[in-house]
Ligand binder design. Sequence first.
Ligand SMILES: Nc1ncnc2c1ncn2[C@@H]1O[C@H](COP(=O)(O)OP(=O)(O)OP(=O)(O)O)[C@@H](O)[C@H]1O
Length: 498
Amino acid sequence: MNYAYDSVERELKKDLFRHLVRAKYTNSSEVSRNLITQFTDDLDEIAYSIWFIPNRLIYVAFTIFFLLTFDFNFGGKGTILPLLAILLGLFVVLLVVEMMLFKRASKLNLAAKKRQEEDNKIIYERINNLEYIKAVSGESYEEKKVGRQLDSTFRQNKKSLWYSTMFKAIPQYVIIPNIPIIFMASTLVFYSSNPKMGSVFLTANFVRYFFSVRNLNNEVNKIIEAMLTLDELSSSLTIVNESAKTLNRRVIPAEPSTPVPRLPFQNGDLIFQGVVFAYPKRPQQDILRNFSFTFQQGNIYGIAGKNGIGKSTITKTTLKLYELKKGQIFIGEHNIREIDTINLHQHICYQTNRPTFFRMSIAENVCYPNQYDQKDYDKLVRAAKKVGIYEFITKLPQGFNTVLREGGSDLSEGQKQQISAIKMFINDYDIYILDEILSNVHPNLKGVILDNIFARLKGKTVLVIDHHYEIFQYVNYIYQFTGEKLIRKDKQEFLENN
Ligand SMILES: Nc1ncnc2c1ncn2[C@@H]1O[C@H](COP(=O)(O)OP(=O)(O)OP(=O)(O)O)[C@@H](O)[C@H]1O
């Protein structure tokens, strides 16, 4: 009874978490992006809708016309011409300043929009795959970091909003409204010489000033509103972060129902360029320290190294389970940062001594994240035979359709490793990472399975990480990992001495 109640509660929490992460985060980020885009577009539109240059030229024409109706010889101290020249000069200066600010504002807006789009792309990708990552690897995938990144995007958005406001609104609503004031002041000087025309001119400028100020007021309100909305979104994000922390984090398998199209890779070279990496929990302790290396397609690399040196970390960074501190990782010409995580995992076969299983059938599990197709059944049978698990599966009541318990707790460790190895035969990957595979399989059987596996992996990029060096007889090169570099070892000598 209690158990049932607990599980219902757990399901609800999972749902809530899913909702918070998927819907809320994504939504907030999108709202913020739309807000910025709409706001900057609004400013553009307003700026152009008031005629920009023609509007200012009309001011000049009117000013000249009105001034010409006044006494040329104002007080015998000179002619109208110097005054006209000053007014025109002032006008040109204002126009140039305005145009410069406008240009700067447009540039800033464009940069802000571009940055926003890039940020969003990365954030969406990470959020959308959060559960997937947890499901396939059990890695926490830096939820807190995603939250922090979102917060900083918000702060940046707010900053760019301020910039665009300063650069666009100042010329628009501070300089331009004040031009009528300048005109009004200059009119007053001549008012006595032609009160009738002076009154008309003063009224016209006053009306213009009134509308400008009213416009300014509306726009300021709009800016304040935008700022408040961003603040609200920002605090709702904090709530999401807090809730996420307290919720049950149990792994939920990502839906394998949407087939992700495979991205064509030119080649399967795996390239590390100046990679610096530390786990988010211990940010000061760099595990990969300026690590650069190219694993070439067609070669099998054996990687040895003492415990905790960072061999598996090479794998985790390749699978994009974490963000790098510095540097880049490429597959062929593609920076993995640009590749969707699920898509990336369709190119990399990651085999470990602790494989993950979901509460779904054996067939579905070994095809994941691709979908199992009935017509692949024969392939499945052939693969199961190659890894020595066919007999066992056929004895199960539903064979390959037997649904496993979450984590595969109804299988022995060796059986889990054998079933997981089926993946290498039914899917076609570019890169294979074999991290202490088949460690629980009986040595006699393990030898046969390894023969089959390495026969299958010809022409691929293969990394073999292991402390049981017998497996290194299958590799082309042996390297010792130090955290900074891979040091080449003589294969024969290594196998003889270890
Ligand atoms: N999720 C994690 N958070 C924090 N530190 C971690 C995490 N995973 C691994 N580490 C640390 O990173 C270092 C490298 O771990 P890694 O698993 O890459 O080593 P390894 O060379 O594969 O070791 P082994 O041969 O024992 O499997 C270790 O010191 C480990 O304690």
